[in-house]
Design a protein around this ligand. Structure first.
Ligand code: ADP
Ligand code: MG
Ligand code: ZN
Length: 638
């Protein structure tokens, strides 16, 4: 189990990003270590040199003494054997060239050698004075180098430690490495699906990058910046890479969060670096992810504004104003918080084009599944359309994750190709988290069974509710039991009846607990249901005009007038209560009127742990009692 979870537990994107960033950092850290080892080598070699120098002279002298002596030299001069003598006064030695010997001899001398000079002159021998360069200073320096190095290393270590203590204060030295460049992204528009409008708008940008002359020739100004707006995982980064890939230009990317450093001026210098590099490589595309991290409105926010962020933002604006439209650089930025962005960013000549990248619809999801199924072995019986149907609200990232999870299940089960079974398990996991072990038979297991059957039964009896997909007692994530519904496809429009049915279905769990175990025995298990119920009911009152308050949009963002607001808030709460209470009673009635059936369904559920939707409906038919299934009459009267 543990192995599986570490392999497949879905990670929030931010964590993934962090790991990536950490990974990015490691090489530079490693190279610093390597540099350190380098210092060490230098020290050792310095010491070695020193030893050599100390040993050197004495070892040389011993050798010479054996071979040719001063008195021998004097004798040889008298005998006329010597043709030339080279005297080195500094090292106190003479190099003697003998008549019948090719290799000259070396003789150690005294400080003063009047005798020798006289004899040489007397015998007419050629004398050369040839003092060797004075190395003593060098030698002394050599001796000092290791010490200097040692001190240097200590100083560096101290500086580094203090830098670590003050956060990333020293990281400005690394600022150049903080953006990435991909010469070729290798991604094309065919890899992006489900966001056709965004693709279409960006097609134009591709043309700008490819053939700017076309536009400049007729005096059109090429836009500099495009802002992609949309929730995480919808494919903003992918889309930007696809634009670079389609245009065949390099892709520079940096994340807004990387601009935000402790040191004032670091972010600004990074922006400068980035644009400098980009200009050298134009035409190219700059992608700034999470631009809201630096592009927040200036002068607001925590601590009355943030100098660093403002400087970075100003630098960004300056850079964008600085280059002419036809330099062939296009900046694409991404955010999911356009509301917090500084207005200056949106001005013409900056990010004046905004492209929405939204959740994909049914067709879009199918397209995305098609893209990600290309490199996977999928059984012929699997219908990608059916998967798309079951996954409203999934982003492109969710869908790619889903197919990957299914592939992992398939590999673990040693199957040849992904079948619907793996897909279903993967959907369950992506939606609700990891499967746990079922509870042992106990009172609490029975209570959970009643709760889930309550949901399933009320939802099935109420007209307008999505059909039950399955009821299960196998825990997942936080939930001890689950009732799944097959969502109706994103028609977008929901009727009042459907909303009431949904509320009653959500209350079915708690209602079953109440009817069977009594008001005092109800559990916290319905917490999540009640939250959803309240949200739905509030929406009905304040947004959809579906209460006695009439057709009023009572959005609560507008809190300027507190007195009026308070009065309205009370009315809204009363209406919410009315709706919820009516639906609650309807749910209780359904449970009471079908008590025998509920008991039998619970027994089956405890026995099987899971009842599929079709089976559930079949059982309902079998156990049918005379039911008042006139629909949500009670709720309708709200
Ligand atoms: P965002 O930048 O909007 O948060 P990403 O572009 O990083 O999302 O998407 C993450 C991954 O999810 C992509 O690498 C891709 O595999 C998949 N994905 C997301 N959206 C799409 C899409 N529209 N079409 C195909 N794959 C997508
Ligand atoms: Mg992204
Ligand atoms: Zn519930």
């Amino acid at each position: 189990m543990k192995y599986i979870s570490s392999l497949t537990s879905p990670q929030p994107q931010s964590t993934t990003m962090k790991t990536l960033q950490q990974r990015k950092l490691t090489p530079s850290k490693r190279s610093q270590k390597r540099r350190f080892k380098g210092w060490g080598k230098l020290v050792t070699s310095g010491l070695f040199l020193q030893l050599l120098l100390m040993a050197g002279p004495s070892w040389g002298q011993e050798k010479k003494q054996e071979e040719y002596t001063y008195s021998e030299l004097l004798n040889d001069i008298n005998a006329g054997k010597v043709t030339q003598v080279e005297i080195d006064p500094r090292l106190q030695k003479a190099t003697v060239t003998l008549k019948n010997q090719e290799k000259p001899e070396e003789v150690p001398l005294f400080k003063q050698n009047p005798e020798l000079i006289n004899r040489l002159k007397a015998n007419d021998v050629q004398i050369d004075y040839n003092p060797s360069p004075d190395n003593s200073a060098m030698v002394r320096l050599m001796l000092q180098i290791p010490i200097i190095l040692l001190i240097l290393i200590i100083v560096i270590a101290i500086v580094r430690r203090s830098a670590n203590m003050s956060g990333q204060a020293m990281s400005f030295s690394k600022s150049r490495a903080r953006f990435q460049m991909e010469a070729k992204t290798g991604i094309s528009f065919t890899d992006v699906a489900g966001i056709d409008e965004a693709k279409e708008e960006l097609q134009e940008v591709v043309t700008f990058l490819k053939e700017p002359e076309k536009f400049t020739a007729i005096g059109a100004k090429i836009p500099k910046g495009v802002l992609l707006i949309g929730p995480p995982g919808t494919g903003k980064t992918l889309l930007a890479k696809a634009v670079a890939g389609e245009a065949g230009v390099p892709f520079f990317s940096i994340s807004g969060s990387e601009f935000v450093e402790m040191f004032v001026g670091v972010g600004a210098s990074r922006v400068r670096d980035l644009f400098k590099k980009a200009k050298e490589n134009a035409p190219c595309l700059i992608f700034i992810d999470e631009i809201d991290a630096v592009g927040r409105q200036r002068g607001v926010g925590y601590g009355g504004g943030n100098d660093e962020r403002e400087q970075t933002l100003n630098q960004l604006l300056t850079e964008m104003d600085g280059f002419e439209g036809n330099t062939g650089i296009i900046v694409i930025a991404a955010t999911n918080r356009p509301d917090v962005l500084d207005k200056a960013l949106m001005r013409p000549g900056r990010f004046d084009r905004q492209v929405m990248v939204d959740y994909p619809d049914l067709k879009g999801r199918q397209g995305i599944l098609d893209v990600h199924a290309r490199d996977k072995k999928i059984d012929e019986a699997v219908s990608l359309e059916a998967i798309a149907r079951r996954t409203p609200g999934f982003t492109g990232a969710d869908l790619s994750n889903l197919l990957n999870e299914a592939a992992i299940f398939t590999a673990r089960r040693r199957k040849e190709a992904i079948t619907m079974a793996e897909i279903n398990d993967a959907i369950d996991r992506v939606v609700a988290g990891m499967e746990g072990t079922p509870l042992v038979d106990s009172k609490s297991k029975r209570l959970i069974a009643y709760h889930e059957i309550g949901h399933a039964l009320v939802a099935t009896v109420m007209t307008g509710h999505d059909p039950v997909e399955k009821v299960t007692l196998i825990p997942r994530g936080q939930a001890k039991g689950l009732t799944w519904f097959t969502p109706d496809e994103d028609s977008g429009l929901v009727t009042r009846n459907q909303l009431l049915a949904r509320i009653a279905g959500l209350l079915g769990g708690r209602s079953a607990e109440e009817v069977i175990f009594g008001e005092d025995e109800v559990t916290t298990g319905a917490g999540n249901d009640i939250e959803k119920v309240t949200y739905l009911a509030r929406q009905m009152v304040t947004r959809f005009g579906m209460s006695e308050l009439g057709l009023l949009a009572l959005e609560e963002d507008d809190q300027d007038n507190y007195a009026a607001f308070d009065e309205i808030a009370t009315k809204v709460d009363t209406q919410i209560n009315l709706i919820v209470e009516k639906c609650h009673q309807k749910a209780q009635t359904i449970i009471r009127e079908n008590r025998a059936m509920v008991d039998r369904l619970v027994d089956i559920l405890i026995d099987q742990e899971t009842i599929e939707g079709d089976e559930f409906r079949q059982l309902l038919e079998e156990f049918k009692e005379p039911v008042d299934s006139a629909g949500p009459e009670l709720c309708k009267s709200v």
